[in-house]
Design a protein around this ligand. Structure first.
Ligand SMILES: Cc1cc2nc3c(=O)[nH]c(=O)nc-3n(C[C@H](O)[C@H](O)[C@H](O)COP(=O)(O)OP(=O)(O)OC[C@H]3O[C@@H](n4cnc5c(N)ncnc54)[C@H](O)[C@@H]3O)c2cc1C
Ligand code: FES
Length: 255
């Protein structure tokens, strides 16, 4: 599992803190899978695949690694290994995607596959403000209907994206979600109640990315290998879902 080195061919700033990087590579991957992205001297972090061809990632600047990546320019080298993890199911006739923040990135890959398969696909995207809503034009360009929600109400529905879509949930025969875990728990509860099949993509601190180190344990699951995409039925009795996570040293702490 030695990282493959690629060059950045394009950088697009989605807003003040999120950037999309295209690399001179393509990867044989399924929607929802992730890479361990390596910056020599900075470390290695899990990042979802936004598009496999050309290999594209969308990264929020939140700390040292992501800040270092945002400072990289066209022509600079980025390492990666993968793809890792269990992907989303591409199935159904009316698919609802629910995204918060950079959770839109893996769902963009899923939306592309679903639209190519003739599945009617709706994206419900939530963020704090209109400026935080990312990739909206890309989703529309591949044929998705979009429902937008912001806490501030400057764009779309004012409030949680889960509240925006709840009245229409029965129109869909499958749901896929990625974003903050509180949002994923709200999606799971809605879908448990309505009996709609759903998958959610979870995050835990990762080191190896393929089931060796045990760092990403969540109850009896390893998020890097058994997930990151889980059927909500697998999470119904998981004591950590939306309650506990693990720090970089493996300590179990409240979310
Ligand atoms: C399966 C998976 C897919 C992801 N996909 C994306 C993506 O497409 N775009 C994106 O912007 N971010 C994604 N992330 C999150 C990304 O890995 C972290 O934002 C990044 O590691 C932050 O590192 P940092 O040094 O910039 O910030 P730090 O200050 O080190 O951390 C900021 C936050 O990131 C988390 N984090 C830091 N290191 C890791 C790690 N090794 N594993 C998991 N979480 C970590 C911390 O717990 C903290 O919540 C994904 C995470 C996982 C687990
Ligand atoms: S990150 Fe090592 S087991 Fe999951």
């Amino acid at each position: 599992m030695i990282p493959q080195m690629s060059r950045i061919t394009r950088v697009l700033f989605e807003n003040r803190s999120v950037a999309t990087f295209e690399l001179d590579a393509c990867v044989d991957a399924e929607p929802g899978q992730f890479l361990m992205v390596w910056l020599p001297g900075e470390g290695e972090k899990p990042i979802s695949i936004m598009d496999p061809d050309p290999l594209t990632i969308t990264v929020a600047r939140v700390g040292p690694f992501s800040t270092a990546l945002h400072q990289r320019q066209v022509g600079d080298a980025v390492g990666w290994r993968g793809p890792f993890g269990r992907p989303f199911t591409v199935d159904g006739r009316h698919l609802l995607l629910v995204a918060g923040g950079y959770g839109a990135a893996p769902l963009h890959f899923l939306a592309r596959r679903a639209c190519d398969a003739g599945i009617s696909t709706t994206l419900a995207l939530g963020a704090r403000t209109g400026d935080d809503l990312i990739l909206v034009d890309r989703f529309r360009a591949i044929g998705c209907t979009t429902v937008l929600a912001t806490d501030r109400g400057d764009v779309g529905y004012q409030g949680f994206v889960t509240d925006a879509i709840l009245p229409d949930l029965a129109q869909f025969d499958r749901v896929a979600a990625c974003g903050p875990e509180a949002m994923l728990y709200a999606v799971a509860r809605m879908c448990w109640d309505a009996g709609v099949p759903a998958e959610v993509s979870l995050e835990r601190y990762m080191k190896c990315g393929f089931g060796i180190c045990g760092q990403c344990a969540m109850g009896d699951k390893l998020v890097c290998k058994d997930g990151p995409v889980f059927d909500i039925e697998e999470l119904r009795h998981n004591r950590d879902f939306a309650r506990f996570t693990r720090t970089a040293t493996g300590r179990r702490v409240s979310l």
